[in-house]
Design a protein around this ligand. Structure first.
Ligand SMILES: *Cc1c(COP(=O)(O)O)cnc(C)c1O
Length: 225
């Protein structure tokens, strides 16, 4: 089941890439394991999945411990992070996808032992309920990180509205791509901003068409499994 689902997802990734003449190698699938236990995560690791994500600190630490024999796995924290939890997680992960305030950046700077790859979270549609900076705040925020040597802004991350039409999804993702390109064009050493973390089970082909380099996929992997 997992194998079939993964094969289908990989095929959809390839097709979306072909549609816009991108190389499939430019897109990394991150398996979001928040809805499954350690045994299922282990099965994924055995199938060669090398990027895993959780949205909660305690669950990530638990999975990482259970999968410690798979030392090549890259761990992604994709959910919002409370400042008081930074200390326990920041040196356990490879990527953090939800940098959403200067206060959080300050805590990361204080606690990280080495440089950590971060995505700045953007609330493209400005929905009240969502974390992340508005598009027009992102560059100013990133410029404030110039002296934070523990933070490398590798890219931008967004979550599209849940029930959006395809047209709206295209617009949201292409706006994030534009913003990423604008920041990348600033040639900031601390913020290369070459990556785009966008696209989930229901919208990843559209995200890839618009330039996603990391897609975060949960449900589609575990469907029927
Ligand atoms: C749960 C989650 C995902 C995966 O969502 P699916 O719809 O299950 O693919 C992606 N990103 C974030 C931030 C999540 O919390």
């Amino acid at each position: 089941m997992l194998v079939d689902n993964l094969e289908k997802i990989n095929q959809d990734i390839r097709l979306a890439c072909q549609k816009v003449s991108r190389s499939g190698n430019d897109v990394t699938m991150i398996a979001v394991t928040k809805s499954v236990g350690n045994d299922t995560a282990k099965e994924l690791a055995e199938l060669g999945i090398e990027n895993m994500a959780e949205n909660r600190v305690d669950k990530l630490l638990d999975k990482k411990m259970a999968l410690k024999s798979f030392s090549s796995i890259k761990w992604h924290l994709i959910g919002n992070l409370q400042r008081r939890k930074v200390k326990s997680i920041i040196n356990e992960i490879d990527y953090f996808h939800a940098l959403d305030s200067l206060k959080l950046a300050e805590e990361i700077q204080k606690r990280a032992e080495q440089q950590i790859c971060c995505f700045v979270e953007v609330n493209v549609t400005g929905e009240e309920s969502k974390h992340g900076f508005r598009s027009d705040e992102v560059l100013d925020f990133i410029l404030q990180l110039a002296d934070f040597d523990k933070i490398k802004v590798v890219g931008l991350m967004t979550m599209a509205p849940l029930d959006a039409s395809e047209q709206v999804l295209h617009e949201v993702f292409s706006q994030l791509k534009k913003l990423q390109t604008a920041i990348n064009n600033q040639h900031l050493s601390f913020a290369p901003c070459t990556e785009l973390s966008m696209g989930m089970s229901n919208d990843f082909p559209i995200a890839i068409e618009e330039g996603a380099t990391f897609v975060r996929i949960g449900t589609a992997i575990f469907r029927g499994a």
